[in-house]
Design a protein around this ligand. Sequence first.
Ligand SMILES: [Zn+2]
Length: 85
Amino acid sequence: MLAMRKEMVLDFSELRSVRLQCKDCGVGIALDMADKRTRIPAKCPGCNSEFDRQSVQGSLGAFQDAYKSLSNLEHRVSVGIVVEN
Ligand SMILES: [Zn+2]
């Protein structure tokens, strides 16, 4: 059987909803990257355990900054999502 490969192209601005899932209780938090009031939480709202500040705040903060700058470029930036099955 032939391997099928599909590519879906999205405008970078469409990557606005990021979901952060707690490793302890599984609660997911949706973060809107397009909303400048979005703050990456220090603690899980489900079980109150602290998120690893360095990895979560650092990485998601960097993504949030990248989202803002790439979404505001005069030139359209898109990403390809490749699905193989
Ligand atoms: Zn939790």
